[in-house]
Design a protein around this ligand. Structure first.
Ligand SMILES: O=C(O)c1ccccc1NCC(=O)[C@H](O)[C@H](O)COP(=O)(O)O
Length: 256
């Protein structure tokens, strides 16, 4: 499934480059101010709340709200930052970041399968404060180059790892914001125990975010006790009967 998403993303990037060459995008870019990492560092506990309307594994997750409505609920109920899916496999679009940026005063992570530096410029031009870099789909050289470009654009990188081997690779780079993803990339099942395992191997100066499969405040509290700085949550929020209450539960339980 991941390979398929990456292939489709390469095609989409090639088409976008024909439409709007890098030079055009670059001329629209205003450098950021690392607002994403600043917001995470200054809080005791960070909830990165994800606008996730669909997933390739589960199909539609949320029909009740638009991306903007979800972002507004999250912002009004204690989220530290937002994650906005821009990939078509998640029913996302880069334009969603533009809409959310114009209306919601929280830093935004562009949730994309970044495989080309062009996407870093489009993310920043849309108003993203951070991008996700997935170690599993990038070479060491790409990781280093993308981290450098992102820094020059004033954006943060959440560098995502699924395994110890990926964490060791990422530790050779300048990355300081590490996302431990609890989703197994072969089976797509989630288990927060993956965070407990990999956390022991993180450097003391790493800011660690646990991602995927976090169901409720109880999970959040366990992760906080283990030592992570925050969580990134999509599905449990968007499928909740009361999205506002779930946002408060996840935001507050880690800060107790
Ligand atoms: O969410 C999926 O099904 C998925 C499938 C294939 C590749 C990546 C996938 N998820 C990407 C994510 O990073 C999640 O949206 C994010 O970590 C939030 O996870 P969750 O809280 O479990 O929705």
């Amino acid at each position: 499934m991941l390979d398929k998403i990456v292939v489709q993303t390469r095609l989409a990037v090639a088409a976008a480059k024909m439409d709007e060459p890098l030079a055009v995008i670059d001329s629209q870019v205003v450098s950021g101010s690392f607002a994403f990492s600043a917001a995470i560092k200054k809080t005791k506990w960070a909830l990165i709340a994800e606008c996730k309307l669909a997933s390739p594994a589960k199909g539609t997750l949320c029909n009740k709200y638009t991306v903007l409505e979800l972002a507004q609920i999250y912002a009004n109920h204690g989220a530290t930052a937002l994650s906005v899916h821009t990939n078509a496999a998640f029913r996302g679009h880069i334009g969603d970041i533009v809409k959310v940026k114009a209306a919601v005063d929280l830093p935004i992570l562009c949730k994309e399968f970044i495989i080309d530096e062009y996407q870093l410029y489009t993310a920043r031009a849309a108003g993203a404060d951070a991008v996700l870099l997935i170690a599993a789909i990038l070479s060491d050289a790409e990781l280093v180059r993308f981290l450098q470009i992102t820094r020059e654009l004033g954006m943060d990188c959440l560098v995502e790892v699924h395994t110890l081997a990926e964490l060791i690779r990422v530790q050779q780079t300048e990355a300081k914001l590490i996302g431990i993803n609890n989703r197994d990339l072969q089976t797509f099942t989630t288990n927060i125990a993956q965070t407990f395992t990999l956390l022991n191997h993180c450097e003391p100066d790493h800011v660690v975010i646990s991602e995927s499969g976090i169901k409720n405040g109880e999970d959040a509290q366990k992760l906080k006790t283990a030592g992570v700085k925050g969580i990134l949550v999509g599905e449990s929020l968007v499928i909740a009967n009361d999205v506002a209450a779930m946002t408060r539960e996840l935001a507050l339980s880690g800060s107790k």
